[in-house]
Design a protein around this ligand. Structure first.
Ligand SMILES: [Mg+2]
Length: 240
C-alpha cells in the first residue's frame, strides 16, 4: 500500500489530459478519421491493459499530426479546462507553491496550456516537424513516452540538498502512469472527474470524482492554508 501524507505540500504536480483539461490530446489529434482506433489504444493504456511504449509511437504514426494540428490541441486544452483550474493554480501560486505539469502529452500544446495558467515547469514529450510543418517523429528518448516514465520525472523533482526542490510533493492525475508515480510522492490524488479509472481508484488512498477543481482544496491545502485563502477575497470563491 502506498503511503499518504497530509498537506501542506511544497510542490503540486498535475497531469494534463483528463485532469486539468477534459480532453485527451491524442484523441483530439485523431479527429473523426482515426477516433475509434486511437480511442481503443488510449483506453488500453490508461486502464493498464497495454504498456505505453508499445502504443505511443503507433498512435502518432497513425495520425501523423502537422504543426498546426498540434498547435490546435493547445487551444483545445485551454477551451476544455475544468472549472476552477485557473483559480486553484492562482491560489497555489499565491501560497508560494511550486506548480508543475508532468504529462505524457505533447510538449507544445501542454506548454501552451501551462503558459495560460502561469505554470513555468512542464515535462511532456517533444515532437518534430519537417520544414513544411508535416510530422517528422517524436522524442523517442522521453521517459514520458514509456511506462515507468512518470516516476522517473517525479524522482527528479525533489532534491533534499536543494531548498527550492525540497519538500513534500502531491500529484494529481487520472491514469495508471500517474498511479505508478504514487510511491515517489507524499500524496497521490486519483482524479476521476472526467474518467474514473477502476485500476487507478482501486489502489489510490485519496480520490476525487468531482469535475471541479474546488473539490481538490481539502486534498491539497492544510487547514492553515485554507484560512489564509479565506482571508483573501480573490481566493474565497475557491472555498465555497
Ligand atoms: Mg491523464
Amino acid at each position: 500500500m502506498v503511503t499518504d501524507l497530509p498537506p501542506p505540500f511544497a510542490t503540486v504536480v498535475f497531469d494534463c489530459d483528463s485532469t486539468l483539461s477534459s480532453i485527451e490530446g491524442i484523441c483530439e489529434l485523431a479527429g473523426a478519421r482515426h477516433a475509434a482506433e486511437l480511442g481503443t489504444l488510449t483506453t488500453m493504456v490508461m486502464n493498464g491493459g497495454a504498456p505505453l511504449e508499445e502504443v505511443y509511437g503507433r498512435r502518432l504514426e497513425i495520425v501523423r499530426p502537422t504543426r498546426s494540428d498540434v498547435q490546435r490541441v493547445g487551444e483545445r486544452y485551454i477551451e476544455t479546462l475544468l472549472p476552477n483550474v485557473e483559480e486553484l493554480v492562482g491560489a497555489l501560486r499565491f501560497l508560494g507553491k511550486r506548480v508543475v505539469i508532468v504529462s505524457g502529452g505533447l510538449l507544445p500544446p501542454v506548454t501552451r496550456l501551462a503558459t495560460h495558467l502561469g505554470i513555468e515547469e512542464v515535462y511532456a514529450v517533444g515532437i518534430h516537424f519537417h520544414r513544411d510543418g508535416s510530422y517528422a517523429g517524436f522524442e523517442e528518448t522521453s521517459p514520458l513516452a514509456r511506462a515507468g516514465g512518470k516516476p522517473e520525472i517525479l524522482r527528479t523533482l525533489s532534491d533534499p540538498a536543494d531548498p527550492t526542490r525540497a519538500g513534500a510533493i502531491v500529484l494529481v492525475g487520472d491514469g495508471t502512469t500517474d498511479l505508478e508515480a504514487a510511491p515517489f510522492v507524499a500524496r497521490f490524488v486519483a482524479f476521476g472527474g472526467i474518467e474514473r479509472r477502476e485500476a487507478v481508484f482501486k489502489k489510490a488512498r485519496v480520490t476525487c470524482e468531482v469535475a471541479d477543481f474546488r473539490a481538490l482544496v481539502p486534498h491539497l491545502f492544510s487547514q492553515r492554508e485554507i484560512e489564509t485563502l479565506r482571508s483573501r477575497p480573490e481566493h474565497r470563491r475557491l472555498l465555497e
